[in-house]
Structure formats: structure tokens, C-alpha cells
Ligand binder design. Structure first.
Ligand SMILES: NC(=O)c1ccc[n+]([C@@H]2O[C@H](COP(=O)([O-])OP(=O)(O)OC[C@H]3O[C@@H](n4cnc5c(N)ncnc54)[C@H](OP(=O)(O)O)[C@@H]3O)[C@@H](O)[C@H]2O)c1
Length: 326
């Protein structure tokens, strides 16, 4: 495995992480079991991956509990990133949410605590930012991260901080969705704020999957974009053949070449193994340029803020609770 520094923290993080939304066993179909996903996470860790990404809403806490069940054995080998849901991201709400996450994860301190999406407009972003700092001061969390924050909101959050900067912003980034490259990513790079790339294989579309056979895929239009990307998919296959690997491994290597940390979601040990191996693939300059060109049209569009900020927190919360998490 290859490692890099996480932002400006001095923490040594694997260049690829493990996405644990699938460990919530809720939105990703019924073609795998708890045992599969546990083994997948263990395989990834055994292969040197030390970043695990989860969230309180994945399976309504189940994903965090699954990780918690591995903590006794692996605590010193993993850097755990979880997320507070946007509707709980209020000055008071973050304390309670962090406590629940700590309990499920069975950890004293949460390594990276990310605000999953910007809170509704009725919550003050500067006040939230300062409360997150207090969570660091009190030893509840080690680092502050954001997720799905556009440039303006990310800057407002940062400006309010006095003692601890954010270390990362987790955004959708893959060959079928490159909107981050236009504005926010160049800024993050210049400030050494890490980009953690969610849906790095476009929910499986970049692994050649075509059936929107679960809720997670149906919820995200990016999965369908593969239909408009035959040239790109053919190029991925061609490059994969040269490297004797699989197309999604090339898609992951491309993200690593851009300096982002992909966190592909895994259900099975074989997936975790393949994804970890992608860290060893070095694409040539020409291959990167070819992939850039073939996916150029996907740089267009605006950065989706995932949840409209005009929906009050309580309404967002009820909707997600009624769904039983995502
Ligand atoms: N911050 C946010 O708002 C946000 C949003 C979404 C996701 N995330 C995080 O990012 C992680 C990754 O995103 P994602 O799960 O949405 O999408 P993804 O990683 O692009 O796709 C995951 C799917 O790709 C397939 N896959 C993974 N490895 C594979 C392999 N080696 N070979 C073949 N297929 C493979 C699996 O499909 P099958 O199901 O067909 O096996 C898997 O369920 C999540 O787990 C979560 O931690 C964060």
C-alpha cells in the first residue's frame, strides 16, 4: 500500500480508503451479507488500507456498529472517519450525535468528524464551526472535516475557525462527475485541504455495471451517465488491458493521480482486494490525458449540495428516520 499525508495533519493515510455505506446493509440491495461486508473491511485493512469512511445515517447507525465490531482487533491500524448528518449539525446537535457515534464505533475519540452536508439555512455555519472546534478541544474528535460543502460555505465555515482548520472536504469525484475540478478542488489543493472522493467508481458504473438494481444507484443520476460514455468505458477497458487489471482499478488509479483519496464502497473481500491493488497502478501521462479528454464533458454542471438547505433540519430528520436511514 502507498500512503500520503492527510492534509496538513501529519497523519499517514493510505492513498485509497474503504467506503462503508454498504456496511449499513440498507440501500445497496440484498446480494451480500453482514459476514461478507465484515470480511471485506478486514481484507482491506489487512492489505494496508487505514482509512474507513462511514456516517451516522448509513443503515441508521448500523454501518458504524459494524465498524465498531472490528475496533477491538484493529483500532491501532485504522483511521475512522464518520459523519454527522446535516440535520444534526447544529451547535447542540453535534455533541449528541458525536456521542452516539463514539458509542457505536466503540472508540474514545473519532479520528475525523465530517459534517455530511451543510445544515439548513436556519443554522449558523460560523456557530457550528466553532462548536466543532470545541469537540476537538474536549478530545471527542481529533480532526474536523466537511462533506458536500461548496466553496462559499466551506470558506464561511473556515473563516469562523480560530484554533483548528478543516482537514478535508468529501465530495463526489469520478470520471463521470468532475465538477469539483472547476473551482473548489484547485482551491483545496492550494490550501492543502484533502479531497476525499465519494462514489469513485460512480456507484459501480465504472466497473461496467449497468443495472440500477438498488436504491443507492437509483438515487444518483451519475450511475446512468455511463450510457453516454461509451468512448470512456472503451478507453478504460483498453488501458486496463495494458496494465493487466480491471477497468474500475484504472478509474481509481486516475483519481489517485489527481491527488484525491478515493473511498470505494465494498461488499465483498474480492472487491476490497482489487480496490487496494489499484494503489499500485501508475498510469502514464498519456493515459491520464486520454482519460481527461474522454471524460471532459463531465466537468460541466454545478456542485450538488446533496440536500436543499431550505428544508428545515427537523423535516430532513423525519424523512431519513422514516426511511430507516439510507
Ligand atoms: N459524503 C457523501 O455524501 C457520500 C455519498 C456517497 C458515498 N459516500 C461514501 O463513499 C463511499 C463510496 O461511494 P459509493 O459506495 O456511493 O460508490 P462507489 O464506491 O463508486 O461504488 C460502490 C459499488 O461499486 C461496486 N464495486 C466496488 N468495488 C468493486 C470491485 N472491486 N469490483 C466490482 N465492483 C465493485 C460495488 O457494486 P455492487 O453493489 O454491484 O457489488 C459497490 O457497491 C461510500 O461507501 C461512502 O462511504 C459518501
Amino acid at each position: 500500500m502507498k500512503y500520503k499525508e492527510l492534509g496538513k495533519t501529519g497523519e499517514k493515510i493510505s492513498v485509497i480508503g474503504l467506503g462503508a455505506w454498504q456496511a449499513g446493509l440498507k440501500s445497496w440491495g440484498k446480494d451480500y451479507t453482514l459476514e461478507d461486508v465484515l470480511k471485506a473491511l478486514e481484507t482491506g485493512i489487512e492489505m494496508g488500507i487505514n482509512l474507513i469512511d462511514t456516517a451516522e445515517i448509513y443503515g441508521n447507525g448500523r454501518s458504524e456498529s459494524v465498524i465498531g465490531s472490528l475496533v477491538a482487533e484493529y483500532r491501532d491500524r485504522v483511521f475512522i472517519a464518520t459523519k454527522v448528518a446535516g440535520y444534526n449539525a447544529t451547535p447542540r446537535g453535534v455533541w449528541k450525535a458525536a456521542e452516539r457515534s463514539r458509542r457505536r464505533l466503540k472508540v474514545e475519540v473519532i479520528d475525523l468528524y465530517q459534517v455530511h452536508w451543510p445544515p439548513s439555512i436556519y443554522t449558523s455555519i460560523p456557530k457550528l464551526a466553532r462548536e466543532m472546534e470545541r469537540l476537538v478541544d474536549k478530545g471527542v474528535i481529533r480532526y474536523i472535516g466537511l462533506s458536500n460543502f461548496g466553496l462559499k460555505n466551506m470558506m464561511r465555515f473556515r473563516e469562523a475557525l480560530r484554533r483548528h482548520d478543516i482537514v478535508s472536504n468529501q465530495l463526489q469525484y469520478n470520471l463521470l462527475y468532475r465538477v469539483v475540478e472547476k473551482e473548489i478542488y484547485p482551491y483545496m489543493m492550494s490550501e492543502k485541504i484533502e479531497l476525499i472522493a465519494w462514489s469513485p467508481i460512480a456507484k459501480g458504473a465504472l466497473a461496467g455495471k449497468t443495472k440500477a438494481d438498488n436504491i443507492a444507484r437509483r438515487m444518483d443520476a451519475v450511475f446512468d451517465r455511463a450510457r453516454r460514455a461509451n468512448n470512456l468505458l472503451n478507453l478504460l477497458r483498453e488501458i486496463a488491458e495494458k496494465h493487466r487489471c480491471k477497468m474500475h482499478q484504472v478509474a481509481l488509479a486516475w483519481l489517485i493521480s489527481k491527488g484525491a483519496i478515493p473511498i470505494p464502497g465494498v461488499k465483498r473481500p474480492s472487491q476490497a482486494k482489487e480496490n487496494a491493488e489499484a494503489a499500485n497502478i501508475t498510469l502514464t501521462k498519456t493515459e491520464i490525458e486520454q482519460l481527461d479528454k474522454a471524460s471532459e464533458k463531465f466537468t460541466e454542471g454545478s456542485l450538488g449540495e446533496l440536500m436543499p438547505r431550505i428544508i428545515p433540519n427537523w423535516l430532513q430528520k423525519i424523512a431519513i428516520i422514516l426511511m430507516g436511514g439510507v
